[in-house]
Design a protein around this ligand. Structure first.
Ligand code: FES
Length: 111
């Protein structure tokens, strides 16, 4: 059985030049949408350490740094690259499939 996630149009491609990062509501799920080096990725919107919003963090290359305690995550796969200050173990970010259809950015998110 194929488990299809709802597909939600979240933005226009021309609204998302490289370096853009935004917190967006996709259906009932809030996501972080980023353009890292010309490719668009979607992850959960909150840091897995203490739930700081990640859209206020620093995006450099494929990494987003949380601006609360400086954990960093790879937006291409959600993996933790740097632990937060103090070294607490934290979970990776959830990631969501992104599709470009014409001028639209579509994200598959759980309902
Ligand atoms: S809340 Fe993000 S690193 Fe602590």
């Amino acid at each position: 059985m194929v488990n299809l996630l709802p597909r939600v149009k979240v933005a226009k491609v021309d609204e998302f030049p490289p370096g853009t990062k935004k917190s967006i509501k996709a259906s009932r799920t809030r996501i972080l949408l980023v353009n890292a080096g010309g490719k668009i990725y979607a992850t959960q919107s909150l840091c897995t350490h203490l739930s700081n919003p990640l859209f206020t963090g620093k995006l450099q290359g494929d990494l987003i740094w949380c601006d609360k305690h400086w954990a960093s995550f790879d937006v291409t796969n959600g993996l933790v690259k740097d632990l937060p200050e103090g070294g607490a173990e934290i979970a990776p970010l959830k990631t969501y499939p992104v599709h470009i259809e014409g001028s639209d950015i579509i994200v598959e998110v759980p309902d």
